[in-house]
Design a binder for this molecule. Structure first.
Ligand code: XMP
Length: 495
């Protein structure tokens, strides 16, 4: 969040683990350093520390919450352990003479979460902020450009938080604020050209935001030396495959290798009920088909992927680069098998920045605003075996959910909204007839990143229209249920 807030101010920001040596940091030529917060206490065994050399690099340092405790500890101050943890809103009084608080109101309602407190600030520091619970809620040593804050300016709940970060970046670090998407495009195009040379790149398209934006950026850099492959696995929503092909041809002007593999996927999935087996079958078949297609491209040397910054950060644990936990290559094993090098032009960006980049590159808004859709597609939304008929039923129901959510003006504000086809039948009555048909569950969730989610309190009239239309219009459905589980404990997808 700290990095995102700074980038919103057009200040380029990178996240590094606290284990980084001051000398390595120096090689990156930062104009300032922020030590983030964290759940530890400086006195905990194994708590993250920082190379004390970072305070002598001659660049300003801002320690936030735990970062402030670390700074205090490293520079000879005394950190104490609070008897109770302060968590939530706090009212602080700040000293307007301190650069960090220039043009910021003197009384602020902020968001704080900490268990340590400063007993004594290091020598040369003044107290720059106080609160009822924390006599030292901020410290400053203007001569050395060192600042500490007990509260979190990066959270939206902290009044004037952005102003404080702006003061640090521009007032203290003298940032130019010239990191823009237009600049990013120029820089990336040059980087891609330098990496790829005269080589050829293959890119797998899903129709989603990330792969589309990556493809358009690559196309700008290397033109026809990019080949995009779109595999229709037969598990897409109604009209989706055609729409992706049309968008690429008409609105983006990029040639697409379209592979209709729907029959192969359906055959491979026949009779499979287990969710993990479904996922495995789909993933492996995708890789095989993608490889078959990629081998047809003469001289291909690179594979492009829409890896984003959060994937990169998650791959680096604070215990250092040795503890890389996750690898995020969704075309598993392909680069090694085919001796392809990876091109990841979005690996420095957050999701909302990818959308901004897409706008900069002229990608149609309809593509950029798309809700996420899982790789295994409708197969994980059909509980039980996937058949052509069940796909038809789910597609029709899903189209109604989509249309009604859009008509209500809710599509963009919702993380995901979709239908799930259940493997049970219930009794109903339609006209004079008894029916015995399937149930569809509707799921709509709010989420920031898909890691946690809460169900959307959809207006009753929207739910009613969805339900009435599905039952009236979709042959094979006679009941609609609404999923009111949050994540955790429920996942977003049902399988
Ligand atoms: P869950 O169901 O785990 O989903 O709460 C979290 C987010 O990830 C998406 N998802 C997937 N995306 N391949 C993908 O590309 C997958 O296999 C996959 N499974 C889940 C899901 O739609 C939600 O946005």
């Amino acid at each position: 969040m700290i990095a995102r807030r700074l980038r919103e101010l057009s200040v380029y920001t990178e996240i590094v683990p606290p284990t980084i040596a001051a000398a390595d940091l120096k090689h990156r030529h930062p104009i300032g350093l922020i030590l983030s917060g964290g759940p530890s206490s400086v006195s905990d065994a194994g708590a993250p520390t920082v190379d004390p050399g970072v305070f002598d690099l001659g660049i300003p340092v801002l320690g936030i919450c735990y970062g402030m405790m670390l700074m205090t500890h490293a520079l000879g101050g005394v950190v104490g352990r609070a008897t109770s943890r302060e968590y939530g809103h706090a009212d602080v009084t700040v000293d307007g003479d301190v650069a960090l608080f220039k043009d910021v109101p003197s009384h602020l309602r902020v968001w704080a979460s900490h268990g340590d407190f400063i007993e004594q600030a290091p020598e040369g520091f003044v107290t720059s902020a106080t609160s009822a619970n924390a006599p030292v809620a901020g410290i400053a040593c203007a001569d050395r450009g060192l600042y500490g804050l007990l509260f979190h300016p990066e959270v939206v709940h902290s009044a004037s938080g952005t102003d404080i970060l702006r003061n640090f970046a521009f007032g203290v670090c003298r940032a130019r604020g010239d990191w823009t998407m237009a600049g990013f495009v120029e820089e990336s195009v040059a980087k891609i050209r330098a990496q790829v040379g005269q080589g050829r790149v293959v890119c797998g398209l899903s129709g989603g935001v990330d792969s589309t934006v990556a493809a358009v950026l690559l196309h700008r850099a290397i033109g026809d030396r990019l080949t995009c492959i779109f595999v229709d696995n037969g598990l897409l929503r109604g009209g989706e495959a055609e729409e992706v092909v049309r968008t690429f041809r008409d609105a983006i002007g990029l040639r697409l290798d379209f592979v209709d593999a729907s029959t192969r996927f359906l055959e491979a999935l026949a009779g499979v009920e287990d969710p993990e087996r479904k996922r495995k079958i789909i993933g492996e078949l995708f890789v095989r088909i993608f490889e078959e297609e990629a081998r047809k491209i003469p001289g291909v040397g690179f594979l492009a992927q829409g890896t984003l910054y959060p994937d990169v950060i998650e791959s680096v644990s604070f215990k250092g680069p040795s503890a890389v936990i996750k690898s995020h290559h969704n075309v598993g094993g392909l680069p090694e098998r085919m001796h392809l090098k990876l091109v990841e032009p979005l690996r420095e960006l957050f999701k909302d920045e990818v959308r901004e980049l897409g706008r900069e590159l002229g990608v149609p808004a309809r593509v950029l605003e798309r809700q996420p859709f899982p790789g295994p597609g409708l197969a994980v939304r059909i509980i039980g075996p996937v058949t052509g008929e069940r796909l038809r039923v789910l597609r029709e129901a899903d189209a109604i959910v989509d249309a009604e959510i859009r008509a209500a003006g809710l599509y963009e504000s919702i993380w995901q909204s979709f239908a799930v086809l259940l493997p049970i039948k219930t009794v109903g009555v339609m006209g004079d007839f008894r029916t015995y048909e399937n149930v569809v569950a509707v799921r709509a969730v709010h989420s920031q990143d898909g890691m946690t989610a809460d169900w959307v309190r959809l207006p009753y009239d929207v739910l009613q229209r969805i339900s009435t239309r599905i039952i009236n219009e979709v042959k094979g459905i006679n009941r609609v249920a609404y999923d009111i589980s949050s994540k955790p404990p429920g996942t977003i997808e049902w399988e």
